[in-house]
Design a protein around this ligand. Structure first.
Ligand SMILES: Cc1ncc(COP(=O)(O)O)c(C=O)c1O
Length: 363
């Protein structure tokens, strides 16, 4: 059971705003903001800044808390700046043979797709399926005897479809394929057990439901996989031995506020319990879909993700935007679709308000 009073205090509302857009960018709880402040205060001793990071106590705490969240060992977590960088390290250093291929989904996020397009000898691409989210079987069906890697986002940015990663991981494990996952869209809201899902490598950014900031990210690399995938660049301050088996994925010295942010954010999520968070987020989605009634576009993927995606007529966009603005609702409205996303700071009243706007516009 989540402590909603505590959560509400941690996420004070800005002038009554209703924020339903975690798929775009998340919010920072007060305790993460305070962790940043504490760290910045340490910066007044400029000579201390580097040593604080190099002593790596913050880094260790961040590794530990993230490892608890994703069910792995602390030494399998390393830090970098973005999903783009995290995936690029893996794709560019994977020991490809000349006939090897990677299986990708055409509509997946560029941060995941491009490093493989450039680095893998061959790519087998699952084509976009209009009005139907991608499913684990679509990727499995694209595998052939030369497939070494399946790479994808666990929750798709474009339409919120969530793949059955456990099914995919099980298949990969049985066939000696490495599963590389971009988890930024679900991490912090949805439970992801990297070991149970046989994930070889995962890249995740801080700025959505991980409650941290833009410009910071982390990777998980399974300790056995880390023996055979060694990044082409190496940072002097990676502190490989100290950091653990995935230490060579650690890029440079980290801005210690980011590390503190990850340590605090993951501690908060762990205290609340990721399983309870997931249950609440998915319950909000179910509630919202019920409120939509006949407007509910239905689920398009293997699993619900806390994201509701709806096609719209471009002519309706300004009308929807105006109605949302009147109610101070922030959500994703694009030319031809809407992406509405829930996290644990949202309430059933938030879902009511959004459903009311959609009924006003479309009924
Ligand atoms: C699926 C997915 N991957 C990655 C990113 C961000 O990548 P980066 O951290 O490289 O900016 C986003 C951002 O919206 C995303 O939705």
């Amino acid at each position: 059971m989540l402590d909603h009073d505590y959560i509400a205090r941690q996420f004070p509302r800005n002038d009554g705003e209703i924020f339903l857009n975690v798929a775009f960018e998340g919010r920072r709880p007060l305790r993460v903001v305070e962790a940043y402040g504490k760290e910045l205060f340490n910066f007044r001793f400029t000579s201390k800044t580097r040593s604080l990071v190099l002593e790596a106590s913050t880094q260790k705490e961040a590794q530990q808390n993230l490892a608890e969240l994703f069910h792995c060992e602390p030494g399998e977590i390393a830090f970098c700046e973005s999903v783009t960088e995290g995936v690029s390290m893996f794709a560019s250093s994977y020991p490809w043979g000349p006939n090897d291929n990677v299986v990708l989904y055409e509509k997946d996020y560029p941060a995941l797709v491009y490093p493989f397009l450039h680095c893998a000898p061959n790519c087998r691409i699952v084509p976009t399926i209009p009005d139907r989210g991608v499913k684990a079987d679509d990727l499995i069906n694209m595998v052939d005897e030369n497939t070494r890697v399946i790479a994808l986002a666990s929750v798709q940015s474009f339409d919120g479809s969530r793949l059955d990663i456990e099914k995919l991981g099980d298949f990969c494990w049985k066939h000696g394929i490495d599963l590389c996952v971009d988890s930024i869209q679900g991490a912090g809201r949805l439970d992801l057990d990297v070991k149970k899902c046989h994930i070889s490598y995962m890249a995740c950014g801080g700025f959505k439901a991980m409650l941290n900031h833009l410009g910071c990210a982390f990777v998980y690399c399974d300790k056995d996989v880390a023996q055979r995938v060694v990044p082409i660049y190496f940072s002097e301050h990676g502190n490989v031995e100290k950091l653990g088996p995935a230490g060579h994925f650690n890029v440079m010295e980290q801005f210690s506020c980011y590390l503190n942010g990850f340590a605090e954010a993951a501690a908060f999520i762990n205290e609340l319990g990721i399983k309870d968070i997931e249950e609440y987020v998915l319950d909000l989605e179910t509630y919202f879909r019920k409120k939509l009634g006949k407007l509910d576009p239905g689920l398009r993927s293997d699993l619900p993700s806390g994201v509701v995606f709806m096609n719209i007529d471009p002519a309706m966009k300004p009308i929807i935007q105006q109605k949302l603005a009147e109610r101070k609702i922030i959500t994703g409205v694009r030319d031809t679709n809407m992406r509405m996303s829930f996290d644990f700071w949202n309430t059933y009243e938030d879902a009511d308000a959004l459903a009311e706007v959609l009924h006003e516009v479309f009924d």
